[in-house]
Design a protein around this ligand. Structure first.
Ligand SMILES: C[S@@+](CC[C@H](N)C(=O)[O-])C[C@H]1O[C@@H](n2cnc3c(N)ncnc32)[C@H](O)[C@@H]1O
Length: 213
């Protein structure tokens, strides 16, 4: 979901650094071959993730929800020397697709792919992670936050995608829209948490960016 008028969105993309050949190819392949290609971060949001990662220079990044690897590769651009990105994906059918794209990137030695359910995988991972990107099943955003906040050091960041959920967060949510309710619960949880400072960026479908104090 884009909230900006199409011409403004296009102007913003035209005045944003290009995404590079591999990322453009991942986008094309994803739209040709995968279900729900709109899940991919895309050019503008990908450059935002890359820029934030460069600013943070993380030693360790954790991504929850890899899909076809687009956002992982964007964030890997900002890793500190010797840094490592771990990404978790539940869909086993994406394993070989992800491995292929990571192998073709300059970051193949810096990326660890874990196929599994993030709810279980996260509990097995030891922190600290300097940067976490939450972008998997929306219903579990509040749980992911609770599982991850103690794995972030002071000065560490969490970014969560789709926090505007196509604008449903400002409408009367129908009683059985559990994803919208979970996103709203997540946003309220972050806003009320005195351990963090946060900003909701209305980029694409909404990015919550928070820093642990
Ligand atoms: C929105 S897509 C991720 C898009 C990707 N981060 C990007 O920006 O290009 C969400 C992904 O999370 C995965 N997913 C959903 N539930 C999950 C879970 N419980 N554990 C791990 N991955 C999950 C889905 O299979 C899907 O590939």
């Amino acid at each position: 979901m884009n909230f900006l008028p199409a011409d403004i969105e296009r102007y913003a993309e035209d005045h944003t650094s290009p995404e590079g050949e591999l990322l453009a190819r991942i986008t094309r392949d994803t739209y040709l071959k995968q279900i729900a290609p709109r899940m991919l971060s895309g050019h503008l949001q990908g450059r935002v993730l890359s820029m934030l990662s460069h600013m943070i220079k993380p030693n360790r990044i954790l991504e929850v929800g890899s899909y076809t690897g687009y956002s992982a590769l964007c964030m890997a651009e900002g890793l500190a020397d010797g840094g490592k990105l771990t990404t978790i994906e539940a869909n086993e059918e994406l394993k070989h697709v992800l491995e292929e794209y990571f192998f073709q990137s300059p970051y193949s030695n810096s990326i660890e792919l874990i196929i599994g359910d993030a709810k279980e995988v996260i509990t097995t991972l030891e922190g600290p992670f300097d940067l976490v990107f939450i972008d998997a099943d929306k219903y579990n955003y509040p749980l992911y936050y609770d599982l991850l906040i103690d794995k972030i050091p002071s000065g560490g960041y969490i970014i969560a995608d789709n926090v505007l959920w196509s604008g449903k967060v400002v409408t009367d949510v129908v009683h059985n829209d559990y994803e919208a309710k979970a996103i709203m619960e997540f946003n309220n949880k972050v806003q009320a948490d005195e351990r963090v400072e946060n900003v909701l960026l209305p980029v694409r479908d909404g990015l919550m960016v928070l820093r642990k104090k």
